[in-house]
Design a protein around this ligand. Sequence first.
Ligand code: HEC
Length: 187
Amino acid sequence: MTTSSSLAPQTSASSLLSLCLSFVLFANMGCGNGASPAEDSTITQPHVVANNAEEAGRYLAIVGGCNDCHTEGYLQTEGDVPEEEWLTGSSLGWRGPWGTTYPPNLRLRVQEMTEDAWVDQIHTRTALPPMPWMNVNQLAEQDARALYRYLQLLGPRGEHAPAAVPPDEEPVTPYLSLQPLNIETAE
Ligand code: HEC
């Protein structure tokens, strides 16, 4: 290769690289087989990098354990539930000192709120158990948005989950008991 013919490709390769980095920064998009996220100094908060937000949201719903509770039968079948039924809520109650709570139908909930309201809730809500709010509150904004986009992609389906039952009432649905035994509670 002569000097003049190798210069042009180099220039366009470096501008492609900066374009690629701006995409990673502003649109949460991966760029081919570029730098691994762990080494990319443009990423200030850890978050999932995928081809698009919906794909990131699907991944988060699986590895973040959201399906475990928010998908009917998912825990009992070790995940053998068709994707079209994912995140439609569950009528299996979780009973503890707080009463009995039911994982809401997230696909219906996102129809009722804007993406910004969803992100705000993900970051600020704290009750009730066993929803792992202390962990979910720390989701990166991109990841919270990715979950919203995935839930919108799945679309509305199913019914709302049963309302929570107060501690002194017996639930009529099946439920799991999370009654602390031989454990000193925080109060
Ligand atoms: C151990 C079970 C469990 C897991 C795991 C779980 N949730 Fe929940 N979730 C619940 C329960 C029960 C509620 C109802 C209590 C409440 O609203 O605080 C709930 C409530 C919610 C709500 C509030 C919905 C509304 O009515 O506005 C959101 C949003 C939510 N979960 C998102 C998630 C996401 C995202 C994940 C995965 C990262 C997840 N949950 C994992 C059990 C769980």
